[in-house]
Design a protein around this ligand. Structure first.
Ligand code: ATP
Ligand code: MG
Length: 284
């Protein structure tokens, strides 16, 4: 039991910039592509025709100020919200994600900082929650314990003392690591992390960012929501910036500098040249 997503990274070609729109499955297709996704809650238009590409083997940072629509977009991908309009493509094929079950079946795991784990259960129980292994009608504790330990080791998570300790006794970074390891163990293809480092100290943040890099090196697509520019520029291959429900910029990370990223986040636009690359998505 371990990591089986060795599909290898995509080449980061034209699809990474959000321009190419192929009609069938192809190597350059992002794992997940959103086109024109809109969502409103009563009078609040939370998402306006949002396009987003999440390529395999790359980390995409989803950024934006409070209320920009990042969590709503994530919940549309996770199957918690249904978009009012727009399309989603999984490896080029049109898909409809109608529930969290549909999302999980595709190989999408969402990791929330606080809600991901059950405090009263230990690490192994958390990693197998709802998917426990049985042998002759009793729980196969040995096999679950081995698989959990192997997965944590493969991600170089070495700071937990015992995989039988309750999750309530873990630090924030360790909890995050267990939540990520759980996602990896279930052969996810896309991991969505909502503010994974918001409450973490320097060392724990480093551990989570290392984990994110490892997921990417295993060929997964990773989307990280973050307000922290240090984190974003440290791990992101691509940056997607939302402003008031719109995707205002989406490009490889090297097309941005800190100032242009802040400009897009706070005003929805930037006059700086570094971000004025041909493949930057603008919607006015
Ligand atoms: N369930 C809901 N019902 C009504 N409005 C909602 C709901 N969820 C989100 N909204 C609204 O949609 C908009 C986008 O919210 P969202 O939570 O996606 O922001 P965010 O980018 O995640 O912000 P933050 O950085 O603060 O987490 C906000 O105006 C918010 O008030
Ligand atoms: Mg949010």
């Amino acid at each position: 039991m371990s990591l089986t997503h060795m599909d290898g990274p995509t080449d980061g070609g034209p699809a990474a910039g959000g321009q190419a729109l192929a009609t069938g499955p192809a190597a350059a297709e992002p794992l997940l592509r959103l086109k024109g996704v809109s969502k409103h809650f009563g009078a609040v238009q939370a998402l306006f025709e949002v396009d987003l590409d999440l390529p395999a083997g790359q980390v995409t940072a989803l950024c934006g100020d409070n209320g920009a629509g990042k969590s709503v977009l994530t919940k549309c991908i996770a199957g918690i919200h249904q978009p009012d309009a727009g399309q989603m493509f999984w490896q080029g094929q049109p898909i409809h994600i109608r529930s969290p079950k549909d999302s999980a079946a595709l190989g999408i795991e969402t990791v929330y900082q606080d809600l991901a784990l059950a405090d009263n259960l230990d690490i192994v129980q958390n990693m197998f929650l709802g998917r426990e292994r049985q042998r002759r009608f009793i729980l196969d504790e040995d096999s679950m314990e081995r698989a959990a330990a192997e997965t944590l080791a493969s991600l170089h998570v070495t700071t937990v003392r015992s995989i039988r300790q309750p999750v309530a006794t873990l630090s924030g970074g360790q909890r995050q690591a267990v939540a990520v390891a759980k996602a990896v163990m279930w052969n996810s293809k896309l991991v969505l992390l909502d503010e994974p480092t918001a409450a973490l100290g320097v060392a724990q943040t480093k551990m989570v960012l290392d984990l994110v890099r490892r997921l990417k090196s295993h060929g997964l697509a990773v989307m990280v929501i973050s307000h922290n520019l240090n984190d974003i520029f440290e791990v992101a291959d691509r940056i997607a910036i939302m402003h008031l429900g719109r995707m205002v910029a989406q490009d490889r990370a090297s097309a941005f500098d800190r100032q242009s990223a802040v400009d897009y986040m706070t005003t929805g636009g930037s006059s700086r040249e570094v971000a004025a690359s041909a493949s930057t998505t603008r919607r006015d």
